[in-house]
Design a protein around this ligand. Structure first.
Ligand SMILES: [Cu+2]
Length: 122
C-alpha cells in the first residue's frame, strides 16, 4: 500500500516536471533581446541597433506616420511596417559585423536616405 502511494507520488512529480519543461519551451528565451524600433519619414530610431552574436533578438517595429519597409539584405530580413501595428521580427545573429538596413517601401522624397545599421558583436 505504501509502495503504490510512493509510485503515484513519483509519477505526479515526474508529470509535473514534464509540464514545467513544456512551459519553458513556450515562453520566450530568457536571454532574448527585445528592441523597439520606430520608423518615420525618413529615419529609424534607433538608427544603429546593437545586438550580440548568437543571442536571439526580437525587433518590434512600428511606424509613426505611414507605411515603411525594413530590409536587411545581408541577414535576409524583410518586413513592412504599418502605422498602428507592431511588426515583430525574430532572428538570431549568426555572424559578426555591421549590416545595413533600409526602407524598401517608397515613402517620399527622402526615402533613399532612410537607413540604419545592425551591429553584431561578440
Ligand atoms: Cu521609404
Amino acid at each position: 500500500m505504501k509502495m503504490s502511494f510512493a509510485r503515484v507520488l513519483l509519477g505526479a512529480i515526474f508529470l509535473f516536471g514534464l509540464e514545467a519543461r513544456a512551459g519553458e519551451v513556450a515562453a520566450p528565451a530568457p536571454n532574448e533581446a527585445l528592441i523597439k524600433v520606430t520608423a518615420k519619414r525618413f529615419e529609424y530610431s534607433p538608427s544603429v541597433i546593437q545586438v550580440k552574436l548568437n543571442v536571439p533578438v526580437v525587433l518590434e517595429l512600428s511606424s509613426l506616420d505611414r507605411v515603411h519597409g525594413f530590409e536587411v539584405p545581408d541577414l535576409a530580413l524583410r518586413a513592412e511596417i504599418k502605422p498602428g501595428e507592431v511588426t515583430k521580427i525574430r532572428f538570431v545573429p549568426d555572424k559578426i559585423g555591421t549590416f545595413a538596413f533600409h526602407c524598401n517601401v517608397f515613402c517620399g522624397s527622402g526615402h533613399e536616405d532612410m537607413s540604419g545599421q545592425i551591429v553584431v558583436t561578440k
